[in-house]
Write a protein that binds this ligand. Structure first.
Ligand code: SF4
Length: 212
């Protein structure tokens, strides 16, 4: 599809160093960062995980951690009580069923407490090098606005995108949409007048440029 190729090329020029904004070195670190990223900015998550990852090195460290202490450590990311419970339950599953190693198969990841398709796909794509499309808030919003997805349902958006994006570009494509969603195609007021993919976008309510 020519439109898809142009969009990838133009966004690629705009964000040549695009990558996942969450900092991590291992699949376990990315899993924890993704749990913390719910309703929180990536910058805030990175601030918290820089300390957290030095203290907790293994899934067992999290699973055995004192709940109250863990809550305090992750508090700045918001919803810290639920997130602490999720981290302990999820890492407990990893210790019990996967010998302490984050599994690298979609169905195994989905069997972990609190892990849905978005988290599982982002993990596969970014920590394991497996082609996958994780539909986060930016990917979902931009796919709909541009006209690459007709549904609001993340699972269906994933299916629609995987049908038109070349497989080897799935992960990078998500990073490009995330960068563009943060910098130009923002949720409230997209800056359509300075958008490099404007001519390929089907969004009916494009924002006009500021009046001179
Ligand atoms: S033209 Fe506007 S709505 Fe379309 S991708 Fe660009 S910023 Fe987003």
């Amino acid at each position: 599809m020519k439109k898809v190729g142009r969009i990838i090329t133009l966004l690629g020029r705009e964000y040549p160093d695009t990558r996942l904004a969450l900092e991590f070195k291992t699949p376990l670190e990315l899993l924890i960062a993704l749990i913390l990223a719910a309703q929180c900015t990536d910058e805030r998550v990175n601030q918290v995980t820089r300390k957290l990852f030095k203290k907790h090195r293994s899934a067992g460290d999290y699973a055995r951690a004192d709940l109250g202490t863990l809550e305090k450590e992750i508090r700045p990311t918001g919803f810290f009580r639920n997130k602490a419970k999720s981290i302990k339950a999820c890492t407990g599953d990893i210790v019990e069923r996967y010998k302490g190693k984050v599994p690298d198969k979609l169905e195994d990841l989905l069997s972990l407490h609190g892990v849905g398709r978005k988290t599982a796909n982002i993990l596969l794509g970014n920590a394991f090098g497996v082609p996958a499309i994780g539909v986060d808030t930016h990917v979902g919003r931009l796919a709909q606005r541009i006209g690459m997805a007709s549904s609001k349902d993340p699972d269906r958006i994933e299916a629609e995108l995987t049908a038109v994006i070349p497989k080897e570009r799935w992960v990078r494509f998500c990073h490009l949409l995330q960068d563009h969603g943060r910098k130009v195609c923002t949720a409230r007021t997209p800056l359509c007048y300075q958008c490099v993919i404007n001519e390929y976008c089907d969004y009916p309510d494009k924002t006009p440029g500021p009046k001179e």
